[in-house]
Design a binder for this molecule. Structure first.
Ligand code: NQM
Length: 291
């Protein structure tokens, strides 16, 4: 693995849809820059640099005000690149870390001071070597006093197996990309039923209604994604978040156009009130509760 990959569009279109003032892109990443923030020896992909300058420029270009930067697996449990990007944002970014179970209280406090508000548990076998549930539960117990939450990333085929683990998490839970359902099966598919059962199981589970590019291989205008996801937005308006997923790790086969992704927002959240919850009120409640 030596060739560094570019998974993002270098000249995305300008979206037709203008997000409301204060809009938050609640799922994005940074890669490096590698010279300062080397990738993990265990990284499953080796991306080109996609650092804070590019992220913040894209934020402005797309009409957003804030970012939630999620530690990408290529940086392992060294959160320095994510912390650097948060520090560069002038208070307009917060983050989600990946941590080792051995992390001590002082290190957690340092992460909190640097803008981290949760940890991510990644269950995708192509991205991580192991995902030890018992150790993840230990971490979740450790972060509870900080008021943090956990972000869980998995694919639909392991949701049933993960349910006891998710049920046992003692802090709020955010599910990435709705647990990657097969959206081509529509809004009433077995995947969507299982996911809705999870959303019903407790009041503090949230989800990101994001990544049409990953979930809908038919591509723009992502009609299957819109058909499957719109009812979810309407049924859980206070527990949904949206994220661009820039720089789209591993999406180099078909580079997603970020402007087109933003234009999906009014298709899944069809009223101004829903869009304000999705893009402003909900992420602010979770990531900037002091406002
Ligand atoms: O960020 C995403 O949504 C998805 C990823 C990458 C990732 O999560 C990581 O590297 O940590 C993926 O599916 O390859």
């Amino acid at each position: 693995m030596t060739r560094r990959i570019t998974s993002w569009h270098t000249s995305p279109s300008r979206p037709r849809y203008a997000p409301p003032p204060g809009a938050v892109d609640a799922h994005c990443h940074v890669f490096g820059p590698k010279a300062r923030f080397p990738f993990s020896p265990k990284a499953k992909y080796l991306p080109a640099d996609a650092g804070p300058d590019a992220l913040l420029a894209l934020r402005d270009y797309l009409g957003f005000e804030r970012n939630v930067i999620v530690q990408a697996s290529c940086h392992g449990t060294d959160n320095a690149a994510t912390l650097n990007a948060i520090a560069r944002s002038n208070g307009k970014a917060r983050g989600i870390a990946a941590v080792d179970p051995a992390i001590d209280g002082a290190e957690l406090d340092t992460l909190h001071a640097g803008g981290i508000r949760g940890v991510r548990f990644n269950f995708l076998k192509r991205l991580v070597d192991d995902a030890p549930k018992d150790r993840f539960l230990e971490i979740a117990r450790r972060i509870a006093p900080l008021g943090w939450h956990v972000v869980v990333y998995f694919e639909a085929d392991i949701l049933a197996e993960l349910r006891p683990f998710i049920d046992a998490l003692p802090v709020p839970v955010v599910i990435d990309h709705m647990g990657r359902p097969d959206v081509s099966q529509g809004p009433n598919s077995p995947d969507m039923h299982a996911f809705r059962a999870l959303m019903e199981s407790r009041a503090d589970i949230w989800t990101k209604v994001s990544c049409p590019d990953r979930l809908d291989p038919a591509g723009p205008p992502y009609a299957d994604f819109v058909r499957a996801v719109r009812p979810l937005v309407e049924d859980y308006p206070d527990r949904i978040l949206w994220g661009s997923d820039w720089p789209h790790p591993n999406q180099q086969a078909v580079l997603p156009d970020d402007g087109t992704l933003v234009d999906v927002i009014p298709e899944i959240a069809v009223t101004e009130a829903l869009r304000k919850k999705l893009l402003v009120d909900n992420p602010m409640r979770l990531y900037w509760p002091e406002y």
